[in-house]
Design a protein around this ligand. Structure first.
Ligand code: ADP
Ligand code: MG
Length: 140
């Protein structure tokens, strides 16, 4: 387990970008924490670290956005904020996504589907300490 303290959005993005450069393909990242804790900010830095130049915004209405990187790889950015608690998640195509061993899957609000995630999932927890400070805990 690795714990980071971040004092700015830029610092959170730097932590994310460093992690992106160390990860193996096929990784599943589960981001958990309250609204405004920094999950999307982290994802932007993470995408930069993979070499993605697209604008990364929260896929709030579509649930999943895809960004190409590397040698034909895809970053799947999933945001489950608007997922109803009792919805049938079987229809979301997550199982198919988890079979993409060349790609990277990053899920915001992953705590909503924690029982469906592969056991090797890397959990990243975001805690808002105050307006600027965040505690980021990586469990891999
Ligand atoms: P989430 O996706 O978890 O809801 P966002 O990344 O969308 O959170 O929002 C985080 C907000 O907090 C942004 O407005 C960002 O500018 C602000 N912020 C302030 N300090 C930090 C920090 N240290 N790390 C990340 N975001 C921060
Ligand atoms: Mg978000």
């Amino acid at each position: 387990m690795e714990v980071f303290e971040s004092a700015s959005p830029e610092e959170t993005q730097k932590i994310a970008s460093n992690l992106a450069q160390k990860l193996k393909k096929g990784a599943v990242l589960a981001l958990a924490g309250d609204l405004g804790a920094g999950k999307t900010t982290f994802t932007q830095g993470f995408a930069r670290g993979l070499g993605i130049k697209d604008m990364v915004i929260s896929p709030t209405f579509v649930l999943i956005r895809q960004h190409k990187f590397g040698a034909g790889q895809t970053l799947f950015h999933v945001d489950l904020y608007r997922l109803e608690d009792n919805i049938d998640i079987k229809g979301l195509g997550l199982e198919d996504m988890f079979r993409h061993k060349n790609d990277i899957i990053l899920i915001e609000w992953a705590e909503k589907i924690k029982d469906e995630l592969p056991k090797e999932t890397i959990w990243i927890n975001f805690e808002k300490l105050d307006a600027e400070n965040r505690k980021i805990t990586v469990q891999m």
